[in-house]
Ligand binder design. Structure first.
Ligand code: BTN
Length: 248
């Protein structure tokens, strides 16, 4: 579990493949302490969820990976994801960004456009999470997303000004630390409720796709193991990340 006196050590890297794979490599070679942050301006091959590429114009956006050693049971791994998504929501709220929501499992949206994404890679020791590499990308100063294959936006677009990346990084780390401290002192259910409160399209009809095709349904619940439960014509069905896609 993250201890209350833990501190961040920021490693500023000029250009890497991916901060997640860089952290993974160092972890394999010599191990890593909790609180190490690998921050770069440019990734040659940023990794996104579901094997996608995380695109980012050189020098424009915040790209970093944080290493924590939570020692949580593996069945609680989704809680890390929820804590981080919520920390990012609070970071954006504190920058006066309106209409920030969390799209299951941990995408950050403003309206319908994606502003930040999270890729968490856990390494286990028995049934405990030994290390979690938490990769975070926030669109900050990029203003042209025309070649992206999905709707995206940035802080600069929303505020009309350029932001200092290091200031956003520090804000973000502070929110992450605060949330893990809340969990440490036993306020996990408050954190999980805030996650649900911030969930995009919670209890609203949305267009979804599963192996059988497209349909409209409502998000009913997010389960502790990270699966989503949806209500379709009064029937409840549960999906993992691979089983369901949002069309809206
Ligand atoms: C997603 O929404 O698909 C997850 C995106 C995660 C991107 C960040 S950028 C910093 C870190 N390094 C990576 O290669 N990926 C994560």
């Amino acid at each position: 579990m993250i201890s209350s006196n833990f501190s961040f050590q920021i490693n500023n890297l000029y250009r890497v493949d991916s901060t997640n794979s860089y952290a993974r490599q160092i972890l394999r070679q010599k191990g890593l302490n909790e609180g190490q942050v690998f921050w770069t301006d440019t990734q040659e091959r940023g990794q996104g969820q579901r094997g996608t590429i995380w695109e980012s114009q050189a020098g424009k956006n915040l790209l970093f990976s944080l290493v924590i050693t939570p020692d949580w049971p593996v069945q609680d791994q989704f809680q890390i994801s929820q804590c981080i998504a919520l920390a990012l929501k609070r970071t954006l709220d504190s920058l006066s960004v309106d209409q920030v929501s969390i799209k299951w499992p941990n995408d950050l949206l403003v309206g319908r456009k994606k502003i930040a994404g999270v890729l968490i890679e856990n390494s286990l020791e028995g049934d405990r999470i030994r290390h979690a590499i938490i990769g975070i990308g926030i669109n900050v100063n990029q203003t042209d997303f025309s070649n992206f294959n999905r709707a995206a936006c940035s802080l600069a677009q929303l505020s009309g000004k350029t932001h200092q990346l290091e200031a956003i990084l520090n804000l973000c780390l502070r929110e992450i630390k605060t949330i893990f401290e809340e969990v440490r002192v036993g306020r996990i259910s408050a954190v999980l409720n805030s996650y649900l409160d911030a969930l995009w399209a919670y209890k609203e009809p949305v267009l979804l796709r599963d192996a059988e095709g497209e349909f409209r349904a409502k998000i009913e619940q997010v389960l502790p193991d990270g699966r989503i439960m949806i209500r379709r014509q009064e029937q409840l069905k549960t999906y993992d990340l691979k089983g369901l896609e949002f069309i809206d």
